[in-house]
Design a protein around this ligand. Sequence first.
Ligand SMILES: CC(C)(COP(=O)(O)OP(=O)(O)OC[C@H]1O[C@@H](n2cnc3c(N)ncnc32)[C@H](O)[C@@H]1OP(=O)(O)O)[C@@H](O)C(=O)NCCC(=O)NCCS
Length: 330
Amino acid sequence: MSKGVKPVSRIVGLGVSYPDNIMTNQDLEKIVETNDEWITTRTGIKERHLVKRGERTSDFCIRAAREALAEAGIAAEELDAIILGTISGDLRFPATATLIQEAIGAKNAAAWDISATCSGFMFSLYSADTLIAANRAKNVLVLGAELLTPITDWSDRGTCVLFGDAAGAAVVTRATDDRGVLSVVIGSNGSYTDLLYCVGHGTSSKGELAALNGERVIHMNGNEVFRHAVRMLERTAKEAVEKAGLDPADVDWLIPHQANTRIIAATAERLGLPMEKVFLNIHKYGNTSSASVPLAMYEARKEGALRDGQVMLSVVFGGGFTWGGAVIRF
Ligand SMILES: CC(C)(COP(=O)(O)OP(=O)(O)OC[C@H]1O[C@@H](n2cnc3c(N)ncnc32)[C@H](O)[C@@H]1OP(=O)(O)O)[C@@H](O)C(=O)NCCC(=O)NCCS
């Protein structure tokens, strides 16, 4: 019997999708006062995928969902719920999850979106695990998807170099042995709204924030967010590992939210994990917000890095602030 608690749920299929269109750091040099060297050393990002006009969040979700279901060997009709973490859905309403439901033919599923910024996938995974634990669902499709580049201020070099667009999906079902989600934790602190926000179409658009910034783009105090992120990622990672009944030394892979290589390195160091145990793909995609963890998990599996029986720790942090972590044995 493996060390750690017995899992309730398990990821049995993963899928991803992102736009073909690539923007490199060199391309960005033509748009804002920046350079490849600064972006690479300060963030770890070399390129990102950007949505083209006419492409929608649901398009990428549907492709990711189909791939995840195919790997899981589960039919869309067998899904009890579809939970999508996104702050950039197709429409103000209905939920983008319902558009995915219709497209894949998941006629027996309830479908809803969760707004938790970069923690959206983790919040959705938490919900799926909780539904399965409560016997309210057997099979849940969990997604994290974000098209942030259409709501990026392309004249702000402090944010426009960071983001990319993508979707990731996971099929979560009941665990039958020691493989699965050993722990999943989430949290929020609404005291820091002014450090990272987007007015967009929110009802506060006549309110205070909009008076300062009446546009629909992301605003971020990068320095301050960085500081909070490192602190909360360490705390959340330790909580997730403890709840899993493990020690940090039992973790084979740290697969964190891919926001900034320096944030990730600082987190790994605080957990006593060497960088060889950290899976990074931020150089190829930038910060894809709620899609970043399923995208990194997917690549870690496809590349043969994250093998059957291995334990991965994931931690996320985003606007709100929101955060979360999970320990999963694959
Ligand atoms: C955004 C971020 C990369 C900026 O890096 P930083 O090391 O904090 O840089 P600073 O903001 O302190 O800026 C340092 C200098 O670089 C400049 N700078 C900022 N962006 C730049 C860019 N793209 N190219 C070149 N110079 C840039 C600043 O203007 C500043 O110049 P100054 O010293 O002359 O004023 C970093 O703060 C970060 O990653 N924050 C967290 C972001 C995040 O994870 N957000 C999402 C949470 S999910």
